[in-house]
Design a protein around this ligand. Structure first.
Ligand SMILES: [Zn+2]
Length: 227
């Protein structure tokens, strides 16, 4: 009897710790971390990527299992981008802003097709990966089509979903290359959604047009694959 009581006591006491650990901070959700120093992260082995890429430890086993299963079916998957920091995303945003012409509203619409402003990229979470190529021409070719077919059929088994899939209403354009580990991403998504209004001074170009309403429309327009 005492044993059962002790277990109940232990469970109740562990519960808040478990919940606390699962809730990321707003800084973590916004990519304001160094993955080298953050215990949530691990480096992706060089056999799966050509670059120095970090991902959450919770995601790595499923990613590895998926890449291995694909390889057995003759499909080669390589990570080209995983975790991105706030400053990395800000550089991407600012570079695109400088290279895009037109009025501010036009520039914003063009850039938002494929890029998020800093603090709003799912790449900050260490739960999402871009694979093989960012070029539509690759995905239209024989290799790309084979890889896409395999991912669409199998990625779900490993917890991954093509969040920016074809046929959504609004949000970023289709991103064939972008796959998200949904279980691990879920608490980050929730914190992002709860705090959209807190960040409306992003200190980036086009800032004045990045309203909470607009930002929210890009955060929510994702597919979940029922995961
Ligand atoms: Zn991506």
């Amino acid at each position: 009897m005492w044993k059962a009581k002790f277990l109940v006591f232990l469970f109740i006491n562990m519960l808040p710790i478990g919940l606390w650990a699962a809730t990321p901070t707003l800084n973590q959700v916004s990519g304001m971390v160094s993955p080298q120093k953050d215990s949530r992260f691990t480096r992706i082995p060089s056999k799966y990527t050509n670059k120095t890429e970090y991902i959450q430890k919770d995601v790595m086993p499923d990613l590895e299992r998926m890449i291995r299963a694909a390889r057995q079916d003759g499909v080669n998957i390589r990570v080209i981008s995983a975790f991105r920091s706030y400053s990395h995303q800000k550089n991407i945003w600012q570079r695109k802003w400088q290279r895009t012409s037109g009025r501010d509203k036009t520039r914003l619409r063009v850039i938002l097709r494929y890029s998020s402003p800093p603090a709003f990229s799912r790449h900050h979470w260490g739960t999402d990966v871009d694979v093989n190529s960012l070029k539509l021409s690759y995905w239209a070719g024989v290799d790309g089509q084979k890889t896409l077919g395999w991912l669409q059929k199998n990625a779900r088994k490993f917890g991954f979903c093509q969040v920016y899939a074809h046929g959504r209403n609004g949000g970023h354009a289709e991103e064939i290359w972008h796959w998200s580990h949904m279980r691990t991403a879920q608490p980050y998504y929730q914190v992002r959604m709860k705090n959209i209004k807190k960040i409306n001074d992003l200190n980036v170009s086009g800032n004045h047009l990045l309203t909470p309403k607009l930002l929210k429309s890009y955060v929510v327009s994702v597919k979940s694959c029922g995961l």
